[in-house]
Design a protein around this ligand. Structure first.
Ligand SMILES: [Zn+2]
Length: 342
């Protein structure tokens, strides 16, 4: 049986989550403004950009999809993933992340702690998801847990409450890590880490220069049968499919890769992992499209989408969002994979 037939967990979540809870408009607008300005500054020279094959499936069959913020998004002819091509090389991206004002702004916002309150829904939901899947692990000792490039240290408090894990590690944290009452966390560089049993990398795939290389590096540091948990945005989801280049909060270099469901399946398998779950529990697609329409009354939607949004009530919108979750058609995707035993 193929992986795509085997896994389908039809996750449907409802917690009254609203877009503004996760992405406060003023903060997001400022982060996006700084990012676009810094991207032009760091990546503005055509020589700084290089052409790449599809980051998801590896095929080189891209065609231009749209321009945004001065960058070209291409669409893979094989797996339909969207990706920025040409893109800044890995060294330039590293420099951007260590030196740009946008990076400093983002780290400061997260470090202030207010961000963890806003991200409470996401963190708790991610922790309980990992607890459910990792709770089925066959392990004689408490498994180790590591979060990669941590932006929200509060994830460790949520994870500690599960009572499931032994040592907790933050790999290459992006904000200062301070022990809380609930969790003692050791900060490490990836190359120093012991074999890791359970690893999370939330919202990282979309801005990797080379997602396969990123996953392969994690794979190397993981114990046999270790679990890796990923979240990202997918171009297969409703809001991106409908809004395409008009989608808000899609910008370089935060979103270099908006991979399709098909592409994501191929990516994790090409990186040596076995798929455990791939679902789209997003709650915000319909709300996002409604918001964009309210802000841009001249936007022309496909007739069916217009009818659904303009002529149907909130109950229909909620039912439709449930449908998107159930059938892997929301743009927020979460993936659990296992390192195949050796
Ligand atoms: Zn592809």
């Amino acid at each position: 049986m193929s992986a795509s037939n085997r896994i389908m967990k039809h996750t449907v979540l409802s917690s009254g989550l609203h877009d503004a809870d996760i992405r406060p408009p003023a903060l997001m607008s400022e982060l996006m403004r700084l990012s676009l300005r810094d991207a032009a500054r760091f990546f503005g020279e055509p020589d700084a950009l290089e052409s790449v094959a599809c980051p998801a499936c590896g095929q080189d069959e891209a065609r231009p999809a749209f321009e945004k913020g001065g960058f070209t998004f291409a669409q893979c002819g094989a797996c339909q993933s969207l990706y920025v091509n040409p893109r800044a090389n890995a060294a330039l991206l590293d420099r951007y992340y260590s030196e740009s004002e946008a990076s400093r702004f983002r780290a400061a916002q997260f470090a202030e702690g207010a961000a963890s309150q806003r991200r409470y829904h996401q963190l708790r939901s991610n922790a309980s998801w990992m607890g459910q899947v990792a709770g089925e692990m066959d392990s004689e000792t408490s498994p180790t847990y590591a979060d990669v490039q941590t932006y929200s240290p509060a994830i460790f408090d949520e994870v500690a409450e599960l009572g499931l894990f032994g040592a907790l590690y933050s790999i290459d944290p992006q904000v200062p890590m301070v022990d809380s009452e609930k969790a003692h966390v050791t900060s490490l560089r990836l190359e120093e880490s012991p074999p890791l049993d359970v690893v999370s990398a939330f919202e990282k795939l979309e801005h990797q220069y080379a997602p396969q290389g990123f996953l392969e590096q994690l794979h190397q540091r993981m114990a046999p049968d270790g679990l890796l948990f990923l979240t990202t945005r997918t171009c297969s989801g409703f809001d991106l499919q409908v809004l395409w280049d008009k989608a808000p909060y899609i910008y370089v270099p935060e979103h270099l890769n908006l991979m399709s469901i098909d592409g994501l399946e191929q990516l994790v398998q090409r990186s040596g992992f076995e798929l455990v779950e791939l679902s789209t529990p997003g709650q915000l697609d319909v709300e996002l499209v409604l918001q964009v329409c309210a802000a841009n009354p001249s936007l022309v939607l496909p007739p069916f989408v217009h009818t659904l949004l303009a002529d149907r009530d909130p109950l229909a919108h909620r039912d439709f969002q449930d449908f998107l979750q159930k059938h892997r058609l929301s743009s927020h995707v979460r993936i659990a994979v296992r390192k195949q035993g050796e």
